[in-house]
Design a protein around this ligand. Structure first.
Ligand code: DAT
Ligand code: MG
Length: 151
């Protein structure tokens, strides 16, 4: 449906490297609708909840350390197949496997500094959106271009 939502975040390295506008632009020009955005300095506890499925991985501590090293830009984007297309637009987890033209494939090199996050399923998107945003931070509105982007 055209109201599918995904949680996309620009990680601390993406912010520090000045890639915020470029990453937002990818989603914006494609036609996805921005429904929430904020800059946030996440806490250890919040990040451990966000990445709870990875807590047994050897890289978990380093991942949390990196993710709390500075502010991130948290966003919700809405549109047709937003979760799956969002993942395709970010590229593979390991940037060495991310196709050129994807965000990771164009702007980063190593898995542990891959500049952006995107939900991997509709279920995790809903979970992540409620973890990062309060209900009243999500804006429901009709995109002016709705009838030009969708038939
Ligand atoms: P993704 O971010 O593509 O959903 P993931 O959920 O498997 O990937 O892992 C979350 C993040 O953890 C990933 O963006 C970067 C880090 N990570 C994953 N695998 C890693 C590894 N083998 N070494 C270091 N960091 C890793
Ligand atoms: Mg993931």
């Amino acid at each position: 449906s055209t109201t599918e939502r995904t949680f996309i975040a620009i990680k601390p390295d993406g912010v520090q490297r000045g890639l915020v506008s470029k990453i937002i632009e990818r989603f914006e020009v494609r036609g996805y609708k921005l429904v929430a955005i904020k800059m946030v300095q996440p806490t250890q506890e919040h990040l451990e909840t966000h990445y709870q499925d990875l807590k047994t991985k050897p890289f978990f501590a380093g991942l949390i350390q990196y993710m709390k090293s500075g502010p991130i830009v948290a966003m919700v984007w809405e549109g047709l197949d937003a979760v799956r297309q969002g993942r395709a637009m970010l590229g593979a987890t390991n940037p060495l496997q991310s196709a050129p033209g994807s965000i990771r494939g164009d702007f980063c090199i190593q898995t542990g500094r891959n500049i952006c996050h995107g939900s991997d399923s509709v279920e995790s998107a809903n979970h992540e959106i409620s973890l990062w945003f309060k209900e009243d931070e999500l804006c429901s509105y009709k995109h002016n271009s709705q009838n030009l982007i969708y038939e």
